[in-house]
Design a protein around this ligand. Sequence first.
Ligand code: NDP
Ligand code: GDP
Length: 378
Amino acid sequence: SSQIADVPTPFSPLLKLNLPAPADYRKRKVALISGITGQDGSYLTELLLSKGYEVHGIIRRSSSFNTSRLHHLYEDQHERPNKFKLHYGDLSDSTNLVYIIAQVQPTEVYNLGAQSHVKVSFEMAEYTGDVDGLGTLRLLDAIRTCGLERHVRFYQASTSELYGQVVETPQSETTPFYPRSPYGVAKLYAFWITKNYREAYGMYACNGILFNHESPRRGRTFVTRKITRAAADISLGKQSCLYLGNLDAQRDWGHAADYVEGMWRMLQQDTPDDFVLATGETHPVREFVEKSFAILGMNIQWRGSGTEEEGVDARTGKVVVKVDSRYFRPAEVELLLGTPAKAEKVLGWKRKVDFDSLVKEMVEADLRAAKSLVEDQN
Ligand code: NDP
Ligand code: GDP
């Protein structure tokens, strides 16, 4: 038993890479992004390329095309050879993560990869725990396995879903967590393992606790994008009705382009820390619906209540929105409202896009896309 007690901790790296001292290593600007094909991954890639970084991304093998959000950047590559590279990988595959880290030798790692849908996490709870929770551990350990824990700066995509049940508002870095979904619980593990590795191994590791952020590139099953696409299609007569769940949930919605700027800033400080990025405003889903339809000249009037509620276009008298209980969640996060005070003070971060401009940009983008599809079909 005395031999077991003698096992040295922390263990020395398994791979002995020939590395310069951390200060020299970081003179290069090399980023590795998991989740690069997602909404935030595409905006972050744009930002980092514009700052002169070499950007590497992890993509999943898929039988269908999953790089559409990066298409425009790939085309640009002819102008910037060797600045942007994609690697096949998965947060469930440790060996592959070690291999990618050893090969890329990044200076900054952004862990954005996740099964990111709250409702889906109730149906795929184990998978969500594996990828969103343990996946974060795998990436952190891949960095340690390569002996890079003092060389690499690490960003973890934490979330306002950690707050879940309302304990206090506005929610800040000191508000206690009470997650309300398998997604939130998995992200809670990721939050703490990131903080633990910072404390245990002196890693420069940060949690960005980001409130909901949207854009025309938002996944189509999240409520904002679902609404703006449907409003555009309904205005063109391509769809008759939009079916939604809880209209009274309130969210603090910002623009993804502003939020990736905050992620980058978190990794440029003297000491690592955790930060909330939020707008400081909250709006119900119902208001997002009303504003989206209003931009397209439809004035929504509500009638009925609960699962019988529906929204009527005042001009035509047609029902264009209906509540469908299939979209309710087994446990709901009713209200999210964050304060960005710490990020504003320490990082000098400020969001630029307000709520009305966000809705307008999304609706107009979906209208343009829907119109060009109609033209293609004609
Ligand atoms: P998306 O759902 O748009 O993107 C998720 C990304 O993760 C995609 O690139 C996806 O790949 C990838 N991914 C999924 N599963 C795996 C896996 N097993 N291994 C490797 N990669 C995987 O999310 P967002 O861009 O909106 O969000 C980015 C991160 O920020 C996520 O971690 C999300 O949970 C978190 N977050 C998001 C907020 C928001 O409001 N957007 C708020 C707070 C946190 P593929 O394209 O192949 O599916
Ligand atoms: P989340 O905050 O990460 O869960 O982001 P979503 O965009 O998926 O959901 C935001 C809120 O909208 C939640 O409170 C949902 O319950 C509510 N909501 C109402 N109807 C829908 C719907 O049809 N789809 C989704 N995704 N959310 C809905």
